[in-house]
Design a protein around this ligand. Structure first.
Ligand code: BTN
Length: 165
């Protein structure tokens, strides 16, 4: 049923369900605020939270400031460097979640355990069932020993993140 609905009726139905749940919840249940907060997050295109990609890498994005700048941390599950992996800081920008339900964003990761830097760009999507994903592409630059090695110093790829928190 959800799959065939346009967004407005789906949101209206969600609102009705929440209102009905509010009426039914005379016992002071803690479930409703959690459900409402999750629905609000989905509506507003908020990126802040904990995300995991198909490699098993995990990142935490902090809420953005007024200018859309945010920080976070990235724990990669894989590495091209033969070093012990450590969580690394990230810094990014995003479009206003109050205006864009599916905002584009970008962030850079300075790997603390290797000489490389990664840049991700992407967009947040939410499907008809409310499942959020971050569709991203990345460039990973390692330190070339000389300009002659420049041609092999940048990798490119794609990651899809889903929300875990
Ligand atoms: C390095 O190898 O020097 C640092 C780690 C790089 C991890 C890359 S970034 C793109 C891809 N997506 C991930 O989650 N991990 C790899």
């Amino acid at each position: 049923m959800w799959r065939n609905m346009t967004r407005a009726p789906a949101l209206a139905l969600l609102g009705s369900l929440l209102a009905a749940a509010a009426t039914a919840s005379s016992s002071g249940s803690q479930i409703l605020p959690v459900v409402e907060a999750a629905a609000e997050k989905r509506r507003k295109g908020i990126l802040a939270g904990t995300w995991v990609n198909e490699l098993g890498s995990k990142m935490v994005l902090n809420p953005p400031n007024e200018a859309g700048q945010f920080s976070g941390s990235y724990l990669t599950a894989v590495s091209a460097a033969e070093k012990r992996i450590q969580a690394s800081p990230l810094f990014g920008v995003q479009h206003d979640p109050k205006e864009q339900e599916q905002p584009t964003f970008g962030f850079a990761v300075k790997w603390t355990f290797s000489d490389s830097t990664a840049a991700f760009v992407g967009q947040r999507f939410v499907d008809a069932s409310g499942k959020e994903s971050l569709e991203t592409m990345w460039l990973l630059r390692e330190e070339a020993k000389s300009p002659e090695d420049d041609w092999k110093a940048t990798r490119i790829g794609r990651n899809v993140f889903t929300r875990v928190k």
